[in-house]
Design a protein around this ligand. Sequence first.
Ligand code: SF4
Ligand code: SF4
Length: 509
Amino acid sequence: MFMNTQPCRSYLVCIVVISCLLFGTADANTFTKNNPVAEATPFALQFFPAADNLGPFEGEPESAAVYQGKRLLGYVFFTDHVMPIPAYSGKPIHTLVGFDLSGKITGVEIVKHQEPILLAGVSEQDLSDFKNQYLGLNAGNRVQLGGSGREGYVTLDGISGATITAMVLNATIMKPLRKIAISRGLIGEGATQHTADLEAEEPIWVYAWRDKTFQIIVLLIGLSLLLFILIFQDWLAHHPSLLIYLRYGYLVYTVIFIGWYSLAQLSIVNVLTFTSSVIHGFSWETFMIDPMMFILWTFVAMTILLWGRGVYCGWLCPFGAIQEIVYKLGEKLGIRSYEFPVVVHERLWAIKYLIMLGLFGLSLQSLAQAEVFSEIEPFKTAVTLHFQREWGYVVYAAGLILISIWNRKFYCRYLCPLGAALTFPSKFKIFDWLRRRKECGRPCQTCRTECEVGAIRLTGEIISQECHYCLDCQVTYWNDKKCPPLVDKRKRQEKRKTLKETVASTNSK
Ligand code: SF4
Ligand code: SF4
């Protein structure tokens, strides 16, 4: 007995359309610009302890003068009003910066933002330490984050686990500051050319790609190897020992290199951000700011259209790989797995689609809120932040990994909104290279009981939207000691051979 997923998907499409109608016209997360003076005043008074009043935001570029009585002390400005630099979320980080009459920074405050990593992954203390490094810097300073000191640069610490966001924050603070400092004549004649040179600096994404050359090369090698595996999957399925080494070696590479080292775990947040940016203004620069994510998404888009979502879920998702490795270790330790009855298993699939649609609908109303609820994904905790987080998140992520010892890839099968989102484009996949026999399911159930995610129907067909492309069923397909039709064929051949040999030896006597 199996669930026909066709009508189910039609309902899902209806829900998406209804969500769009309900939420689509809502203005997603525009920052309050109605009363910037009220918004800025409490921070401005901290930036300038002697100050007692703030003028209006005016001029081009826009800033507000800060006074003690009638004495001008400096200026404050909202960075995104001067230069809206899109951050990782696709939205600028709404930051207030104060500087005195010599162009020195007196205060930095992040007033609002939608950066996923800052929302949940970086502590207030880390963020405050990062901002405080800018105090006393001058508009003409060149800033480098991390690494050894380059000549002519001031070196500041980045934010651990949020490198790209830290780079964006740096540009968010320094670039508008230079623009205003020049326009207010705060920078001397000689320094103006130097500052103009700084403005000609390369875009952040170019810096990010150069800075991550090593990771990019290792990732491209890994993706090429995966393409090789996919193209030669039949040959590899004939060599199961080699395939097992390749597969589990690859999963270890995915967890350690792609996940824990490069922090390139794809997430439903990327999908929501992409959708939001298509609605509210797409910019390539936003997506190219993280080269690892950009390359991975490009590769995933391509392989989904060729082979389906399984290539990502079965090989490139760090959290999926953690679960699979943990399950295999449990198996080696003799821990018995538990499978839900087929009818329950197929109904539980619906949960991940409902979660995905809920997040999608919420993101049309508020991307920031949707990102908070996206914590249903344990990726940030288990991969991006290496379990260095508040205990509640750690218990949740560790619990899901533990469950996968007994129920293989439990999270992937029933809860993952990203996996659910990836099934939609999988509908258009071009290749169908996973082989089946007419005996599959009628009556043979060998592959079905072995499938890591329960993606084979009782009737033998592979449900391509659920398949994780592990190739286990392909190994069995070619195994003449396991696949019953092949076992029969081999036995018949052996019998014929034995008969021929017996006849030959009788004749020779
Ligand atoms: S279903 Fe989700 S967690 Fe599992 S492999 Fe796919 S994206 Fe990763
Ligand atoms: S066993 Fe076959 S159907 Fe199941 S996930 Fe692996 S490749 Fe897909």
